[in-house]
Design a protein around this ligand. Structure first.
Ligand SMILES: [Zn+2]
Length: 443
């Protein structure tokens, strides 16, 4: 493994589009981020095209030839435990309701080993596309007893530990709707003590969401955890759970620590009502995440034409100064049958779904899969800055526009002091052994 890597002629659109950069990594940490006055021509640097690492060399000198680099992508809302379960759980109607029902019916039959295999595969695949940080929600079926409730969490904790060098993995168990019995609440508290990062749920699914929201905040406050809630994932314009969440956020003094996801009903209601809710979100300092792939698929199923599209008011939320990220949500499971854990694909779907295609929009979209979700996750040491851990993805594209039009398959991904992908995707990113995957990359 090289202890020093220098890359010349890199484009960093999030930092400065007027210069190319020379970047230097030593022992997995950025030690140089230097703008160039012009393109550098160097016979000692090797083009990244066609380059393979040499384990015997301590220094790597590479030429990116003007390719675009982003800091490691941040997938702020996934369900790694459900990923790739479509072969076990179907969804004929394509509705959220059937997905919830069918998945719950199968939960008891999933072994811990099966769940861990799915989490690992989804995490590896995410890494291979350039993601180095993930927040995953996790099923937490306390009503099915201790063993079933905890097996998902235990599997996720094991993968979090195993991949810790390469991937920041945040775990958010989803609390079922209230009322819960005292032993069920004890079980949630046990989970909170096991090392989860935050607490989530989907209170809008219950007819009276207030008690569920209060419980989430009471437990989050007790254990000093972040809150991230599936919110108003519905076409029903009367669904305004976000208003309650904003109120409770202020009651608990939790401003800046709460994220609301989906917000589909905002897109179904008249402008004045939506703007009132967006103002409430802003006043409570909520952050937000749109999940366009899943919602374009799941929402509007009961409509006759014109059919609502489900995706929230992305540009309006952003214009109000509220952080909004875009993320994968579900991958190849009954909630969403497609997807491959590639945030570029999600950014492009966001561009279509939210009508974002101007030069400014495209740069905002890059922020929605990097800096904005990094802020939502509370990541420290994020970004291509001297002193930070070097985590990045270099694309075979020369402008942000090219990234969106080409969705380049050739990417170079680095993190934890290792190259994790070099140009082509690893031939077996579904392999179960991470080390095998890395070796395969280097072959
Ligand atoms: Zn979700």
């Amino acid at each position: 493994m090289a202890t020093r890597t220098e890359i010349i002629n890199v484009r960093l659109p999030l930092l400065d589009e007027n210069h190319w950069f020379t970047l230097t990594v030593e022992n997995g940490v950025w030690v140089g981020v230097d703008p160039q006055s012009q393109q550098i021509y160097s016979s000692s640097h090797q083009s990244v095209d066609g380059w393979r690492p040499n384990a015997n060399l301590a220094v790597e000198l590479l030429d990116a030839e003007g390719k675009v680099m982003l800091p490691g992508l941040v997938d702020s809302h996934m369900h790694l435990d459900k990923a790739f379960s479509l072969n076990r759980v179907g969804n004929e109607s394509g509705t959220l309701q059937e997905a919830v029902r069918n998945y719950a019916a199968k939960v008891a039959s999933f072994s811990k080993e099966e769940i861990r295999t799915r989490i690992r595969k989804a995490a590896l695949q995410s890494i291979s596309f350039g993601t180095t940080s993930i927040r995953t929600h996790l099923d937490f079926h306390v009503r099915m007893g201790r063993e079933i409730a905890l097996r998902t969490l235990e599997a996720a904790l094991e993968v979090k530990e195993e991949f810790s060098q390469y991937l920041t993995l945040q775990l958010f168990p989803m609390i079922p709707p209230a009322p819960l019995t005292a032993p069920e609440i004890d079980l949630i508290e046990e989970a909170l003590r096991m090392g989860v990062d935050g607490i989530g749920g989907a209170p809008h699914l219950s007819p009276d969401p207030k008690p569920s929201i209060n419980l989430i905040f009471r437990l989050a406050e007790k254990y000093d955890r972040l809150v991230d809630i599936h919110t108003d994932e519905s076409d029903n314009p009367e669904k305004k759970t976000v208003a309650i969440i904003a109120d409770v956020t202020r009651q608990f003094g939790y401003q800046g620590r709460v994220t609301v996801d989906h917000l589909c009903s905002l897109a179904s209601m008249p402008d004045d009502e939506a703007w009132g809710l967006i103002e409430a979100m802003r006043a409570a300092e909520l952050s937000s995440i749109t999940l366009p792939a899943a919602n374009l698929y799941l929402q509007g199923r009961a409509d006759h034409f014109p059919v609502r599209r489900g995706i929230t008011r992305v540009k309006e939320i952003r214009a109000a100064g509220i952080p909004i990220a875009t993320a994968s949500d579900n991958i190849q499971d009954p909630f969403h049958p497609f997807g491959r854990a590639d945030l570029l694909q999600i950014a492009l779907i966001t561009a279509y779904g939210a009508h974002m295609g101007s030069a400014c929009d495209i740069r905002n979209l890059l922020g929605m899969v990097t800096e904005v979700p990094a802020q939502i996750l509370g990541l420290t040491e994020y970004g291509i800055t001297v002193g930070n851990p070097a985590k990045f993805v270099l694309f075979d594209a020369h402008t942000p526009e090219e990234i969106f039009s080409d969705l380049p398959e050739r990417r170079w991904v680095y993190g934890g002091g290792h190259w994790m992908r070099i140009a082509a995707p690893p031939a077996h990113w579904e392999v179960t052994e991470l080390t095998t995957a890395w070796n395969d990359v280097r072959r």
